[in-house]
Write a protein that binds this ligand. Structure first.
Ligand code: ZN
Length: 128
């Protein structure tokens, strides 16, 4: 049933993830999402352009990847599989809603998402 599966760039079919919980990359179906989106986005943060390094051949999404950029504490930054519309906001774990970001840009985005949510709740007359 095609509506319940998606096909990655290697031609493998996977069950669509319907849970609104965080992805766990020990699950091959979750890791496949990360591999697919990272390949699609060329292992690059779509915001700042930080580039993934040490990408294993036949990368299957199970490993966390470092970038060529650094965090404030001096550690290597990492690539994050980011939900464009957050899980909390109802975003789904489908490739159309996923993008490659570095952790620094992901954290910035989360702050904006929180502020957006506060604005939304205020404008909708909901308690903050
Ligand atoms: Zn970035």
């Amino acid at each position: 049933v095609s509506a319940e599966t998606w096909t990655d760039f290697r031609g493998n079919r996977w069950k669509i993830v319907t849970s609104h919980r965080r992805l766990k990359f020990k699950y091959p179906g979750h890791a496949a999402l990360r591999a697919h989106v990272f390949y699609r986005d060329e292992f690059k943060c779509l915001d700042c352009g930080a580039q993934g390094t040490n990408i294993p051949p036949e990368y299957d999404g199970s490993e966390c990847l470092q970038t060529n950029s650094f965090l404030k504490d001096g550690y290597r930054d990492i690539l994050i599989l980011d939900h464009i519309l957050t899980l909390k906001a109802g975003g789904r774990s489908v490739i159309e809603n996923l993008q490659c970001l570095c952790q620094t840009c992901n954290r910035k985005k989360i702050r904006f998402d929180v502020l957006d949510a506060i604005d939304y709740r205020r404008s909708a007359g909901l308690a903050a």
